[in-house]
Design a protein around this ligand. Sequence first.
Ligand code: BTN
Length: 326
Amino acid sequence: MSSDAAGRILEMLRNQAGRLSGTEISRKLGISRSAIWKHIRSLRGAGYQITAKHATGYQLIAVPTHLTTWEIQAGLGTERLGIKIHTFSQVDSTNMVAFRLALNGAHEGEVVIAESQAAGKGRMGRHWESPHGVNIYLSIILRPLFPPNKMSMITLMTAIACAEAVEEVTGLLPSIKWPNDLLIGEKKMGGILTEADMEMDRINFVIVGIGINVNMPHSSFPPSIRDTATSLREAPDTEISRIALIQALLRKFELWYQRLGQGWGDAVKGRWEEISQIRGKEVEIVFMGETVKGQALEIDADGALLVQEPGGEVKRIVAGDVHVRG
Ligand code: BTN
């Protein structure tokens, strides 16, 4: 539920079939008629269509199609995650905005969302294609109490939360490619970039950045990734509600993050292995010019991938790009 007055007025309007009088709002919220009018104006400014009639009051006619904090928080139902959501039309990168907020003391569970990114960041210094108004670019600020060697587990649980949220909203369960690619079929439709501010033995904060291609048409992908990337809309060929997907994602994320905090690392590992189906597959991993080939065994307790080379030696892989062979 929204904690600000404009959000509470919006909620009252949503729950009202017809018109709602200023007197009623004023009585329920304990604010003046002129304060109500000020909030109605700011809601209109944010794209809400609200009619006002002197004698009968206010009525909500239409909500904006762009992402607003109020739309995301309506019926969200999380305990901490997304209690504060910062929404923007354009940013450099939501991860960078979240990082700056965290340096200035932002709390665990604050979320940054943008309609577009001018400098969207992918893993390993890559660029993340971030066109306006069609996808999800979202970063979550965390202040976990566990040690730095468990960082990878956050990325793994985020991938689970994303996959389950997509399934809840579209009926399609994406697969996960280690460590953080979300795939529909063979094509990538989402990715996770986890960044942290940490010392040797403690994590100050973590920024979990999530990019999901939702309604992006195939023609909008640059030619360089057109054969390897996709969006959710392409699979069932229907427009998908970004609001519903963000809400499902925040709920799933909170659930899995709580589990991780309660020491359920094994559950995260198990669910990740189930969705990724990587166990036993022949893989090739490239990292900083080095290639490791072998059979994927499992994820270890810290989220690293264990790969057995043909000679029998088991390598522990903590970063890189995985190609599943055959
Ligand atoms: C990857 O390379 O697969 C990771 C992509 C992560 C993209 C998201 S979009 C929201 C957040 N902000 C960024 O600049 N990057 C992440």
